[in-house]
Design a protein. Structure first.
Ligand code: NAD
Length: 696
């Protein structure tokens, strides 16, 4: 028991939660707290107790890695600690700075009082791991805040700031300056009160409008399709209004255990741990440290360039934004301003902060202005000749050691690198659209990219709050390469008898944010059309090929932006509407290909499209394009709308069973031919009873 974690200040005991990096409530920390509490209670000179966090925060929650293991419930459990605190005659004050999340907040809710520093974030994000707060939070919070505020925290999982928490009723005082002196003064005041410190468990059940739960249940069922955790969280809050406190706690524990053992929570915890795993780079030692990136240049102020510039400006890094034409530059800047102003209008960003971010972006038509940047990212047209020319000029201009990155979606990063004298400094940084919003960035390591270039790129992407995943060079890298067979099967299904709305409906029911065809209408059909044309020569003549998308493009139907694609759109509208003309094109295309149309069920749609993803994912893994299966899951969930509660395509495949998937893929190969050739890795794992998660 480290004594520097316990001290007494003029009658107030202070204990410090110190378990880096996030003071997670692991077993050792709980034992230490129990010991300090016993010391404080036994010491007659102590009138009150303050619990505070070491380092940057109060407490980030439970130890996620220990979930479901005996250590997570070993005594003293956090429930036992809270029970002891609630029984204490000496008031216990949680002094919160940085953040109090999950079990960390539940522990604070179990204290008699909470005092928080301005800027602190308080929240119950368990729902994001497919769980509910299982440490009494669902019973204590509604007693403090009422059911509506509690539902907001528990069902959405978004934290609130200290001031808002005070308004909601679960923080007693907000401190602008130093936390500890304020907490000591507060504790001293509370200790001098005659009445017993109020534990939230003793508060009455919260009052509630009976229609609230029914309305909220309906909303969640639609908004959080397929996810049991938000509904279970709500059921626990409802229990707080109908059950005795201890009965409610028991109910909460039961519902927590059901979720903990369910696939959805396992999937979401898998993704949580996958983010940590993605930071580990095979073959690169800890001695390679990232170079400092103090300034960035973005080439091209189109859709991607302006979003990328915003991402760096928002991350506090000055950006030079270069364009060849004034009007293109103006257009880009207008988009940037509009986006920031939109965020201000929604109340999510202060006006001054928006202006400061805009001011960090220096627009220019002068190519020489790029020369001092530590990192250059090009987002010019997807045309190899244009990119090669540009990299040749960047090579001549930029300072030695600068990272030269391309945002290409699918072109060969190695070919681009070879146009320079410094291929070791060239890398792909594949942002997703809209780049100012999407977290995912595929960091595409070229054959010659140096360890330093890779490490620096991963670090700077993380520094601006995004999620970097390292991938290798191939057509479309990981994400877009996997989309290809998925889209191919979706289009074959049209010819075989399905309609775009039926395919999209089945995929949405499966949990995807958007169906395949609504998605391509949104992204623009012209993009994939141009890559199909580019790759036409590599396609064997005998191979099946659906011409439906090409026909639509030849008619100028590029999707939402032209008012028509696989669907039609009312003028200015974004709702996809079935179009009889598209149906005619599909039927015609099937006839020409000699395909007899038949009724197709939702199950076949899901298997044909999702198993195509899985089979391609297995090839990607075996080729070493992705470092691990969980990286593929991260990419697909964060970049392509795959439902997090299914854990990503590779995790999903493991839950279905690779033997089952393999046998369906073999069947599809027999029915539909060589495009369904099973990935050797899939065959091997299926036959040996292994999984993508544990292939060895
Ligand atoms: P865009 O057409 O919206 O923008 C390209 C911009 O580059 C234009 O403003 C153009 O004026 C400018 N430009 C062209 N040549 C230039 C040069 N030599 N120097 C400076 N500026 C030049 O295209 P976009 O959608 O932003 O795509 C840009 C890149 O990002 C492409 O490689 C694309 O494949 C990739 N990408 C696009 C998306 C997407 O969804 N749009 C997603 C990921 C990656």
């Amino acid at each position: 028991m480290a004594s520097d974690h316990y001290s007494v200040h003029d009658g107030i005991a202070v204990m410090t939660l110190d378990n880096p990096p996030v003071n997670a409530m692991g077993h050792a920390l709980r034992e230490e707290v129990a010991g300090h509490l016993a010391t404080a209670w036994a010491d007659s000179s102590v009138a009150a107790i303050v619990i505070i966090g070491a380092g940057k925060l109060f407490c980030g929650g439970a130890d996620v890695k220990a979930f479901g293991t005996p250590a997570s419930r070993a005594e003293p459990s956090s429930r036992t600690l809270v029970k002891q605190i609630e029984a204490s005659a000496k008031p216990v004050v949680a002094a919160i700075h940085g953040s109090a999340l999950g079990l960390g907040l539940e522990f604070a809710l179990g204290c008699h009082y909470r005092i928080a520093q301005r800027g602190a974030k308080l929240g119950l994000p368990e729902v994001k791991l497919g769980l509910l707060p299982g440490g009494g939070g669902t019973q204590r919070l509604p007693r403090l805040t009422g059911v509506e505020a509690a539902a907001r925290l528990i069902v959405e999982g978004e934290p609130v700031g200290a001031d808002e928490a005070r308004e909601m009723g679960f923080v007693d005082e907000v401190v602008a300056g130093d936390l500890l002196p304020a907490a000591l003064a507060f504790a001293r005041r509370m200790a001098s009160r005659q009445d017993h410190p109020v534990a939230s468990r003793r508060l009455a059940s919260p009052p509630v409008d009976p229609s609230f739960f029914e309305t909220e249940r309906k909303r969640i069922t639609t908004a959080k399709r397929g996810q049991p955790a938000p509904l279970e969280g709500l059921a626990c809050i409802e229990a707080a209004t109908t059950m005795q406190f201890d009965e409610g706690l028991k109910f909460e524990r039961e519902r927590f255990d059901v979720l903990l053992n369910g696939t959805e929570s396992k999937a979401m915890r898998h993704l949580f741990l996958a983010e940590r795993a993605a930071a580990k780079l095979a073959g690169i030692g800890a001695d390679v440290t990232p170079a400092k990136i103090a300034s960035v240049a973005v080439i091209g102020a189109g859709t991607m360039g302006s979003g990328i510039a915003m991402s760096f400006a928002s991350g506090g890094i000055p950006v030079v934004l270069f364009e060849t034409k004034q009007e293109a530059l103006d257009r880009g800047l207008k988009t940037i301003r509009r986006n920031y102003e939109g965020t201000v209008a929604k109340g999510r960003l202060a006006h001054d902060e928006a202006e400061a971010r805009i001011a960090r972006i220096a627009p220019t038509l002068d190519f020489a202005a790029v020369k001092d940047a530590d990192l250059v990212i090009e987002a010019v047209f997807e045309d190899m000749a244009v990119k090669k020319d540009l990299f040749g000029r960047l090579d001549a201009l930029c300072k030695p050691g600068a990272v030269l990155a391309t945002n290409t979606s699918r072109l060969d990063v190695d070919e681009i690198a070879r146009t320079t004298q410094r291929p070791e400094s060239v890398i792909g940084l594949h942002f997703f659209s809209p780049a100012n919003v999407m977290r995912l960035v595929e960091v595409v390591r070229g054959a010659a990219s140096s360890a330093q270039t890779i490490v620096t790129s991963m670090a700077i992407v993380r520094a601006i709050g995004k999620l970097p995943v390292l991938v290798g060079v191939c057509e479309g890298f990981v994400g877009n390469r996997m989309v290809a067979p998925y889209a191919r099967e979706a289009e074959f299904l049209l010819e075989e008898g399905a309609s775009p709305e039926q395919v999209d409906g089945a995929l949405k029911k499966f949990g995807l944010a958007m169906g395949r065809f609504a998605m391509s209408d949104l992204a623009g059909l012209d993009i994939s059309w141009s890559s199909r044309k580019r790759l036409a020569g590599t396609r064997p003549a005998h191979q099946r090929y659906s011409k439906v998308a090409d026909r639509l493009c030849e008619m100028g139907r590029f999707g939402q932006k032209t008012g028509a694609g696989f669907y039609r759109y009312e003028s200015g509208g974004r709702t996809p509407l079935p179009d009889p003309l598209v149906q005619e094109i599909i039927v015609q295309s099937a006839r020409e290909a000699g395909i007899e149309r038949r009724a197709i069920g939702d199950a076949e749609i899901v298997e044909r499209t999702i198993y195509a993803l899985v089979n391609e994912g297995a090839k990607i893994l075996e080729e070493g394009i992705a470092q691990r299966a969980s990286d593929i899951d991260l990419i697909y969930v964060n970049g392509y709308g795959f439902p997090a509660w299914r854990g990503g395509p590779m995790f999903y495949a493991d839950t279905v069973g690779l033997d089952k998937i393999y046998s369906r893929v073999c069947e599809f190969e027999r029915q539909h031919g060589e495009l369904w050739k099973p990935a050797p890795l899939l065959a091997r794992l299926a036959k040996s009873g292994k999984t993508f998660a544990k292939p060895e």
